[in-house]
Design a protein around this ligand. Structure first.
Ligand SMILES: [Zn+2]
Length: 336
């Protein structure tokens, strides 16, 4: 269903009191929201991961009115000890560690006193480097060319003109690149940037919306007492695609880096990409060996107190989620 149709369906469901009824019926369940980035309302691009700032602010205000927003650690402790949580408990999380989490999301969270956990892709934090998926997106948008031949990489001879067509090609290359080895992906990226004749040093200013925070920004957020940090893999590689030794280092290195930089004993973890097929049972085992305290997935749904803390469900909020749909999704309606 298209986002606009879903919004209408949810508006009708809300007007009939369905979301409110579900919220009450599922009041003992735990809502863990998953965000990524927050951008200016008039940002010159649209990505599912980048929510307009006013939409994010509204969602947080609404959440504070209808839920009891608690730190992830408090909820984990209750899940492990069996102690009760307030009705309609919610947790706010951000994946990746984009710098706009600091510049745009943090001021809103501070203003409203909402705690949150940010999962860091540690190899990128403080480097200014663009993650691989963003490099594909920005290269296609920045090139003056209208053709990209990637047949030798198992892809197509792409032709494009408008920004929408360029974004569609980026999405296709990006989903292909998710499933190949890191070194093969780097070779693909280098060829892609060379063939598109782009200079990443001359990308438009909005490329910064895809860069990660500095450790100083991370520490400033931590010092506020409101924001906690966890690990999200070193390089955001999909764990199930990796040989065991590489999977282990993706997990252990990122947990160690968060522990070393921030002095945290039990690090929380969110699986990169996070669908059921993206983290094998071995990854859960490795997390426990690395003394991580949980594993958050991107599998849609609310959590119950007895759930496996190494496979926690979340409700992912994309840039296209309006008010009606947000209220419905928080109650578990239409979340997959
Ligand atoms: Zn991620």
């Amino acid at each position: 269903m298209k986002a606009s149709c879903q919004e209408i369906f949810c508006a009708v469901a809300n007007s009939l009191g369905l979301s409110r009824m579900l919220r009450h019926r599922r009041r003992k369940d735990i809502l863990i929201l998953m965000y990524h980035g927050v951008v200016e309302d008039n940002a010159p691009f649209k990505r599912w991961t980048h929510l307009p700032a006013s939409r994010f602010a509204w969602q947080m205000e609404w959440l504070r009115r209808h839920y009891r927003v608690l730190p992830l650690q408090r909820v984990l402790a209750a899940m492990q000890t069996g102690s009760t949580l307030p009705d309609n408990t919610a947790v706010v999380t951000f994946d990746d560690g984009l710098q706009n989490t600091y510049t745009r999301a943090f001021p809103t969270l501070k203003r409203l006193g909402i705690p949150a956990t940010v999962f860091l892709t540690t190899a990128y934090v403080g480097t200014g480097k663009l993650p691989t998926s963003s490099r594909i997106f920005l290269a296609l948008r920045s090139s003056r060319l209208r053709r990209l031949d990637l047949r030798d990489h198992g892809l197509k001879d792409f032709q494009f003109d408008t920004m929408a067509q360029r974004d569609a090609v980026a999405d296709e290359v990006r989903s292909y690149a998710k499933n190949i080895a890191f070194e093969t992906k780097l070779a693909l990226l280098n060829d892609l940037e060379a063939r598109l004749e782009v200079d990443p040093a001359r990308y438009p200013e909005y490329a910064d919306e895809f860069r990660m925070m500095s450790w100083q920004q991370v520490k400033l957020m931590q010092q506020s007492g409101l924001i906690n940090f966890g690990a999200h893999g070193s390089r955001h590689e999909i764990l199930s695609r990796l040989p065991h030794d590489v999977m282990r280092s993706e997990i252990v290195d990122s947990c160690e880096e968060v522990r070393r930089q921030l002095g945290i004993e039990h690090v929380t973890f969110a699986y990169p990409n996070g669908r059921r097929q993206d983290f094998p049972p071995e990854a859960k085992q490795m997390l426990q060996e690395a003394s991580a305290s949980c594993g958050l997935s991107a599998i849609g749904g609310l959590c119950s107190t007895g759930d496996d803390v190494f496979e926690l469900k979340r409700v992912g909020v994309g840039n296209n989620v309006g008010r009606s749909r947000f209220a419905a999704m928080c109650s578990g309606l239409g979340v997959r």
